[in-house]
Design a protein around this ligand. Sequence first.
Ligand SMILES: [Zn+2]
Length: 344
Amino acid sequence: MYRHTVDYFKDRPDRRVLINRGFFFNDLPRLTPLCRAFGHKPVVDGYDSQFGNRDRSRWVACGRCGARPEPQGHLDPDQWDVGRPYTGLFNPGQPMSSPTVRKQLAARGFDEGIRLPGAWPAKPTGTVGAQLTLGRSHTLGAGIKVGNRGSEHTLAAHVGLGPLGALFLHTERHGTFLQRWLNPTGYESRVIDIAFHNGRVWWQLWDRRDEHRATDPAWQSGNANIHPAHYLFGERTAEVLEETKTDGTVWMPDGTSYPVTLTLEKWQRGRRRGRKCTTWAISWDCPGGIPVRNDSWKGDNTLGGGFSLPAEAAESRHWPAVACALIAKSCASDRARYDYHPAA
Ligand SMILES: [Zn+2]
């Protein structure tokens, strides 16, 4: 067993963080009491391509702890179905670790022997890793992950305490017994997780970690608003109360003018039973466009978009003039930014 640590703080210094460090315990002997007592339980493992081609493979692994013989074997997919007990022969004495030796043996007709699984590892080991943050952690919640047959991290868990800190744990190969028991087939990890952010609680109950399907039951994942104001004053709304359209003319400081269509919208935002806030928005449309940028290969660009108008202007009958002046100002600023030269 050897240990090493990684200082994540050095990469992302943050004065609200005291410690952000990873701890790794490598080559840690695995606890496999049943396999130690009764021996491993050989089953056929492998995959079939989902794309209908001939990419198939079969090997041997322990159905309890997931350890694989060395080598893992190279079985005939037509004879061995994934998941069934392996009742075939082992060839523990073969010099398997060298691919060159294997090739030479195969060339001399010892093909059968070298396709068999070898000896079980004498001392199965794995890694346990942790990341500890003391101070701001950007995470509030807790969860566990049970990996799949192809996961690098067999099991993982975390707890996040927001500004106080967080702890993440993972195992490599340790806990394969649980993984094979709870999530034996497929290549999708499962999570049980609860998280708090954006005023909501989010949950996942044995949910696939990386994919969601329309057929998934509703309880498997979801979220709910937990902001007190939501229940006291209702949900947040934003609606347009009035809309006024009119024509106007934008006079640029160089004396040119452009006809525009102006739209004034009166917006009301707030909670259904709470205080409301009113704003006005202007959008404008200039069919010919107002040139603000020289573009040798594209011609002059046009400017569009909308911006907000102060209440005092919006409620006055002079709002189109104020809007046109704001448009001229915005276009003049853009001309300065892009160093615009009017065509000769
Ligand atoms: Zn085992």
